[in-house]
Design a protein around this ligand. Structure first.
Ligand code: ADP
Length: 273
């Protein structure tokens, strides 16, 4: 009976669909578990790494005959290691806050140039240590945003830090901004190792790291860009990555809505204009 066949074949199709859904769910779960395990291993590694140089530094400081110069170098090294650890832990705490919806933007009307200045000040020591050349090009007219300046500076500092990390010493890094219609478009470009085409999307995912990067030697947890993307989206913006391929450098393009000059500035925390 035709109806009978129809029912059977529909049952089979539905069962196949259900099996396929189950298979995909299993793959996703294993994938997520794998990433979590890798993340925990990397996290342990990243937290453990700075401890050995800190121990060495402390030991050196207790050596009776240590020269002032050696002591100065040890102090600078310990300072660097501690900063890196604080940065790592801050990123982790931010990710936890974003996951639980606890990050709030403190928006105010602010010129993009101010934010760029703050970000560059933070990364300059790293840029100089690597011998990179950093070029900044901003338009003459100020680009006004209703944004959280601390958070946006964190976004730009993160992109500039990555540009430093994934570019062999003596490279070129450029930050350029322009106005495009109602948006500010900011590009962070480097002359570094580049990103393979199939990883351009996934670099923004939590815990994702392109393997075999020379950058692995630089450490990192694969959470920086996930944090960057969340913060940009909270500002109503978008971020994309582009790269012409291995060794061809990378470009991160950020698009943020400009403050509408017709509306009153977002209230400043202190109530001033
Ligand atoms: P990480 O802590 O590993 O730097 P991120 O989330 O900041 O984590 O970046 C994720 C991955 O994206 C990095 O591990 C690296 O493989 C790749 N990546 C990020 N920025 C760049 C860049 N400017 N050039 C090349 N690869 C990059």
């Amino acid at each position: 009976r035709p109806e009978g066949y129809a029912t059977v074949s529909r049952d089979i199709t539905e069962r196949k669909l259900a099996e396929e859904r189950l298979r995909q769910a299993t793959v996703d779960l294993l994938d997520a578990n794998g990433r979590k395990t890798r993340f925990l291993a990397t996290l342990a590694h990243e937290l453990r790494n700075p401890l050995a140089p800190l121990r060495t530094g402390l030991d050196l400081m207790q050596l009776p005959g240590a020269s002032q110069e050696a002591l100065g170098r040890a102090r600078a090294m310990m300072d660097r290691q501690l900063r890196q650890m604080v940065h790592l832990i801050d990123d982790l705490m931010d990710i936890a806050r974003i996951d639980s919806g606890k990050i709030e933007l403190k928006r105010e009307r602010v010129a993009l140039g101010t934010i760029v200045g703050a970000a560059i000040e933070g990364v300059m020591p790293m840029v100089e240590a690597a011998g990179h050349d950093l070029a900044v090009a901003l338009p003459e007219e100020p680009l006004w945003l209703d944004a959280d300046p601390t958070r946006l500076a964190q976004v730009l500092a993160n992109l500039l830090t990555n540009a430093c990390k994934y570019t062999p010493g003596g490279g070129r890094i450029a930050l350029a901004a322009r106005r495009e219609g109602g948006d500010a478009v900011i590009e962070v470009r480097d002359s570094g190792i580049g990103i393979p085409p199939d990883a351009l999307e996934s670099v923004f995912e939590m815990f994702s790291q392109v393997s075999q990067n020379i950058g692995r030697a630089q450490g990192g947890l694969g959470i920086g860009l996930a944090l960057v993307r969340s913060l940009v989206q909270m500002h109503g913006g978008t971020i994309t990555a582009a790269s012409a391929g291995a060794g061809q450098g990378s470009t991160f393009t950020l698009r943020l809505p400009l403050a509408s000059l017709a509306t009153a500035p977002a209230a400043r925390p202190d109530g001033s204009e």
